[in-house]
Design a binder for this molecule. Sequence first.
Ligand SMILES: *Cc1c(COP(=O)(O)O)cnc(C)c1O
Length: 381
Amino acid sequence: MSTSTPLRVVPARADERIYVTQPHLAPLTEFLPYLEKIWDSKVLTNGGPFHQQLERALCDYLGVKHLALFTNGTLALVTALQALRITGEVITTPYSFVATAHSLLWNGIKPVFVDVDPDTLNLDPAKIEAAITPQTTAIMPVHCYGHPCDVDAIQKIADNYNLKVIYDAAHAFGVQTDSGSVLQYGDLSVLSFHATKVFNTFEGGAIICPDAKTKQRIDHLKNFGYVDEVTVVAPGINGKMSEINAAFGLLQLQHIDEALARRKEIDATYREMLRNVPGIRCVGDAGEKIANYAYFPILVESDYPLSRDALYAKFRARDVIVRRYFYPLISDFPMYRGSPSAHQDNLPVASEASLKVLCLPMYPALTVENIERIVEIIAEG
Ligand SMILES: *Cc1c(COP(=O)(O)O)cnc(C)c1O
């Protein structure tokens, strides 16, 4: 190397690619002691010590009574439906990640799609009753973007018609309403700890349940239906979280408050910078007391100079990888679109939102400079 070439620290390029999310990872050195323990004990899975510790730690952190860890959120959804012996038809939202409805098909249940509320983009309680038939056994709403559903209105309908409620709470880690954790509502709630979620264990998930008896049934179902060495009570699945993931979850939990605080600042910065951009509407909260700022969805309205998809393409051309969550609607995928409830005339609000939405990058390591670059792309029009 020529001595005239100065050594210098290369600053992060201003045009570096920005993704919609980036996992928040605890420092690797802090994880090594956990790994040493696993290597010493040789307990890798089957409800080992880290699994038990993480279940207790999450109950304390989230303010819930019982929680069963899973390999991922999808198996937790599938198992939640089995734990409550749900059959027939289940009312759900088309405006979600596809796993919500897939968990119904995996159980031989028919999803019935109901439209969403234009402000929260959550299942609209006013439209649920009209979709109830003698075959309806449950409602599966989603706390979309971590914004709580109208839990009281949904519970009232469920009580009137004797339906179960299973919340897909994959986005709602740590979210609280005035009466505490949003995860306490309904018969069961399901979390995802996937790499893209607010709290991640690489892959992972959980079912939150109100009583020890249901938790025990769920624990059997996630371990092939085994009750003891010689007794199998149901055709259960293998849904157990491994000790590596559970140990990592315990470490991640020590860093979650700083991650949530940073998300809150980013949310406020975006809102302030986008406040005066015509044609851009930030999806508001749903009145939650403690939000988790899991996503930053905007709606590209008709008075914005570009179409949603033109803005999406422009972002990509400038190396900002935004995502259209949730487009297409679940009800537009081939395994769902044959059903009458999947028709877009039945889902005008969800259909419109799915054509307008863009989720902007949102993760704790996002810098103010990143946000400025993102907002500039939008403000140029
Ligand atoms: C992520 C997600 C799931 C699936 O969770 P996995 O842990 O990835 O299986 C289910 N529903 C919603 C709404 C999600 O966002």
